[in-house]
Write a protein that binds this ligand. Structure first.
Ligand code: ZN
Length: 127
């Protein structure tokens, strides 16, 4: 199963009753394990994006070495055709847990797009 297929499976678990926009992520570790994440929305507080869900799962199980994350998103019931890139919050969040060679994969139609975290968050704040 490709990471895009895993992200699509994660997307099927999306909890998005407010935005009706479903997102799935497949976070791959350097050891080859893959953590799925979907967006989780609720009424009371800010929800979780798929990317941070996947990172929270992995980090809370002790993972620290990440290779890539693959992200897909689309309105509920629609195929994920248009590119869905991580939001600003997720870009900052991920940047604090990954190396410079970490890759973010998306796709536009059948075209796979590959980014580094620096592509997505240039000149980021560093402690
Ligand atoms: Zn996000």
């Amino acid at each position: 199963m490709s990471d895009f297929e895993i992200a699509e499976k994660a997307r099927s678990f999306s909890c998005s009753p407010y935005s009706h926009y479903t997102v799935g992520a497949a976070l791959r570790t350097k050891s080859g394990k893959v953590y799925m994440g979907c967006n989780i929305e609720n009424h009371g507080i800010q929800g979780l994006c798929a990317e941070r869900t996947a990172f929270a799962k992995a980090l809370s199980e002790g993972e620290r070495d990440f290779e890539s994350i693959t992200v897909l998103g689309a309105p509920v019931g629609e195929k994920a055709i248009d590119e869905c890139t991580p939001c600003g919050y997720c870009r900052q969040f991920m940047s604090e847990f990954v190396d410079k060679d970490f890759k973010v994969y998306t796709r536009q139609g059948d075209e796979v797009r590959e980014y580094t975290i620096n592509d997505l968050l240039p000149h980021s704040f560093i402690f």
